[in-house]
Ligand binder design. Sequence first.
Ligand SMILES: Cc1cc2nc3c(=O)[nH]c(=O)nc-3n(C[C@H](O)[C@H](O)[C@H](O)COP(=O)(O)OP(=O)(O)OC[C@H]3O[C@@H](n4cnc5c(N)ncnc54)[C@H](O)[C@@H]3O)c2cc1C
Length: 379
Amino acid sequence: MSTKVVVLGAGFGGLELTTRLSEELGGDASVTLIDKSEAFVFGFAKFDVMLGWKTLEEVQSYYRDIVKPGVEFRQETITQIDPIARRVMTSGGAYEADILVVALGAEYDFAATPGLVEGGHEFYSIDGALRLREFLPTFGGGRILISVLSEPFKCPPAPCEAAMLLRQFYGEQGLRRDVELTVTSPFPRPIPPSPDGSKAILERFAELDIAFMPQKLVTGIDPATKTANLSDGGTLPYDLFLGIPKHRVPDVVESSGLAEGGWIPVSRATLATKFESVYAVGDVTSVGTPKAGVFSENAAKVVADQIIAQVRGGEAPAPYGGTGTCYVEFGDDRVARLDADFFGGPSPTAPLIGPSMETTQEKKDFAVVRRRRWFGYEG
Ligand SMILES: Cc1cc2nc3c(=O)[nH]c(=O)nc-3n(C[C@H](O)[C@H](O)[C@H](O)COP(=O)(O)OP(=O)(O)OC[C@H]3O[C@@H](n4cnc5c(N)ncnc54)[C@H](O)[C@@H]3O)c2cc1C
């Protein structure tokens, strides 16, 4: 009998896990991949959607196109997870697993920040990016405030990337002089593990006339007066507020008993949870790497290798290394690379390479390679 693997969530983690299992095990495992959405979208593609550079259709990869030996995709909403029995309830039925992998990502708690829903914008969700796509061309100019509202949050460079891309956007629209851009962050610098990445961003900010306010936490906004309130008692005026919302695990994870202190604790080496034959990868965990797709993907490879070793026999695979390569948009089609390593030394490192023609091209290839690998798309 083949091993029944049920993978919850078809983001970076779920897609890589499923692909690797199919490549290595084919029909020796029966893998069920479940996601409530019909399509996958790269996080960074939300910039393209928000700025009107690509349509939603152009950045969606449809799960119905996944054709892999041993893999079945189900578009259903997961409503209950029992990690002891490894039983999952969905809008479409019930699943029992020999091995269960939770890769359900992080969701947003918009209501956690007073005023955000009523008077703010965000680009972290597809809906938020679509709303901004309508709004940005109509914005007559003024102060744009981009604020990180809590941490951890996905893709630590993203708020700064948004500022640089917005500068490009309004430059292209002939509004450049009318837009003041400010980023606030609870961190002391744009990307804490990367001193040279942070320096490069701040130098680019100086060139583009973008202000960075470190160690400032916006606790709420008042849409009536267009004022952001800071945790230190200060205020900041804005005309357009873009918030990076508070993140949290999906409700179904919260009610499953898998999460502790907000996220799912896992073994740093194996990504195993405390429940037998239940793993968790990616943003849904507190493994100690940033919430970014490349880390979810690398963690998924480790879990896949353990499942393969279990099914086929053989040596235990290498532990999760906590590494990931992220790309940072500097605007005007300039992209740099961060080679991050969170577990290799006494403290995390993330040296910056580029921006250069090569690193800009690498980011384009990043999406192409994964769409081909996960969905079989060419181009
Ligand atoms: C603006 C922006 C830019 C980014 N840029 C980068 C970047 O350059 N590089 C990078 O590596 N990362 C980037 N990220 C972060 C990246 O998108 C996430 O960290 C990554 O998607 C996490 O992968 P994951 O597999 O853990 O979870 P996800 O990709 O979030 O997948 C989780 C899946 O679970 C599904 N799901 C959740 N709840 C349920 C339920 N109840 N039932 C069924 N399905 C459910 C969701 O639909 C989703 O498909 C960016 C993010 C943003 C917002």
